[in-house]
Design a protein around this ligand. Structure first.
Ligand code: HEC
Length: 152
């Protein structure tokens, strides 16, 4: 039984990875990828920004609400990156996203790490920890934008 479920799991994993492998194929045309990543980043900005009044002490800290919002933010933070695949240059993304792909990946990973730390902080229910982690996430948005997003 045990080996059967291991096999079933392996089969599922294989099915999943072969399904998600051609990331670019998720989009019929490059403009669709641009629209998708901009939509995802808009949602990220909304779920990030709405916590600012709490962090600034202008709204009461509802630990449960913040925790749930950060959980959503964490899921959203997975979304934009697959839409920066090869051949999807455009929007307000600078050409360096593709010419310096490893630098971009570093910014993305640092951002995801900071989101994970924000989640730990939100789970702790300690506003001081949330405040510090929130600041670090904000800094990683800015750090990526400074190098990889066109200035308007
Ligand atoms: C790893 C790099 C990176 C990180 C991290 C990042 N962004 Fe961005 N962001 C971009 C790029 C590149 C664009 C331009 C995308 C385009 O127009 O194709 C963008 C665009 C946006 C947009 C405009 C979307 C639109 O409708 O055109 C918003 C809003 C935004 N980011 C907010 C944020 C916020 C808030 C964070 C942090 C919580 C964040 N971003 C983190 C790279 C990043």
């Amino acid at each position: 039984m045990k080996s059967f479920s291991a096999l079933a799991l392996a089969a599922c994993t294989f099915a999943l990875s072969s399904w998600t492998a051609p990331a670019a194929a998720q989009f019929a045309k490059p403009a669709d990828a641009v629209k998708y990543r901009q939509a995802a980043l808009t949602l990220i900005a909304s779920h990030f920004g709405r916590m600012q009044p709490v962090v600034k002490g202008q709204a009461p800290y509802d630990a449960e609400a913040i925790k749930n919002n950060v959980k959503l933010l964490s899921t959203l933070s997975e979304l934009p990156w697959a839409a920066f695949g090869p051949g999807t240059e455009g929007g307000d993304a600078r050409p360096e996203v593709w010419s310096d792909a490893s630098g971009f990946a570093q910014k993305r990973d640092a951002f995801k790490e900071n989101i994970a730390k924000l989640q730990t902080a939100a789970d702790s229910g300690d506003l001081d920890k949330v405040r510090a982690a929130f600041g670090n996430v904000g800094a990683s948005c800015k750090s990526c934008h400074d190098s990889y997003r066109a200035k308007k």
